[in-house]
Ligand binder design. Structure first.
Ligand SMILES: N[C@@H](CCC(=O)N[C@@H](CS)C(=O)NCC(=O)O)C(=O)O
Length: 198
């Protein structure tokens, strides 16, 4: 049984979506988190080292950080083929774009949000205006990140674009908008929405 440490309408919400897609046995453990407005506290029950969400426990095996949780879950519950397994051709791309999500795309968005210039050639990430064309090039093979195959990458990227698509952080792109709608239109997303508030 997977325990998802979760706070509504945060980065852990999309893991309800992923767990629904995987058809995995899970329970939601609501936790408090620190908020930007100064409210909220780290919840001592949350095993993430900084009290962030998501984190999961798989009968006592703890996994935290979104890309690691996505990879762990798709390896652990391969039935619905949401992540290419070791030996499959798409595995390399899958790992690369999972790492890219946490190591490049999120820092790019956060840098832009904070109005911080990304230092040329020294930061581990790039500006949003350089990252998005790479993502769009990959998605042009569509309909999903790995072409015909829906995967956990789409849970991460699709929900992110659905959130930022309406903000000044991202230039409008019909391809990205259509992609985000495709991901949000999945029945598992609707089921996850219904469970988000606990
Ligand atoms: N790098 C983490 C980021 C997780 C994260 O920052 N989650 C936010 C909610 S969206 C959180 O828990 N914030 C509370 C805090 O920073 O203490 C991941 O990708 O899983």
């Amino acid at each position: 049984m997977i325990t998802l440490y979760h706070h509504p309408r945060t980065r852990s919400s999309r893991f309800i979506f992923l767990l629904e897609e995987l058809d995995a046995p899970y329970e939601i453990r609501p936790v408090t988190v620190r908020k930007r407005d100064g409210s909220g506290e780290v919840d001592p029950a949350n095993p993430h080292p900084h009290g962030k969400v998501p984190a999961i426990s798989d009968d006592g095996i703890i996994v935290f950080e979104s890309s690691a949780v996505a990879l762990y879950l798709t390896d652990r519950f391969p039935k619905n083929a949401l992540g290419p397994q070791v030996g499959e051709r798409d595995r390399g791309g899958y790992l690369s774009w999972l790492a890219y999500y946490s190591g490049v795309l999120e820092p790019a968005f956060v840098s832009k949000f904070l109005n911080v210039q990304v230092p040329r050639g020294t930061a581990g990430w790039v500006e949003v205006k350089e990252a998005m064309p790479a993502v769009i090039q990959q998605l042009a093979r569509g309909p999903y990140f790995l072409g015909e195959r829906f995967s956990a990458l789409d849970v991460l990227y699709g929900t992110t674009f659905a959130m930022f698509g309406q903000s000044p952080l991202m230039e409008k792109s019909p391809l990205i908008e259509a992609y985000a709608q495709r991901v949000l239109g999945r029945p598992a997303f609707q089921r996850a929405q219904a469970r988000d508030e606990g």
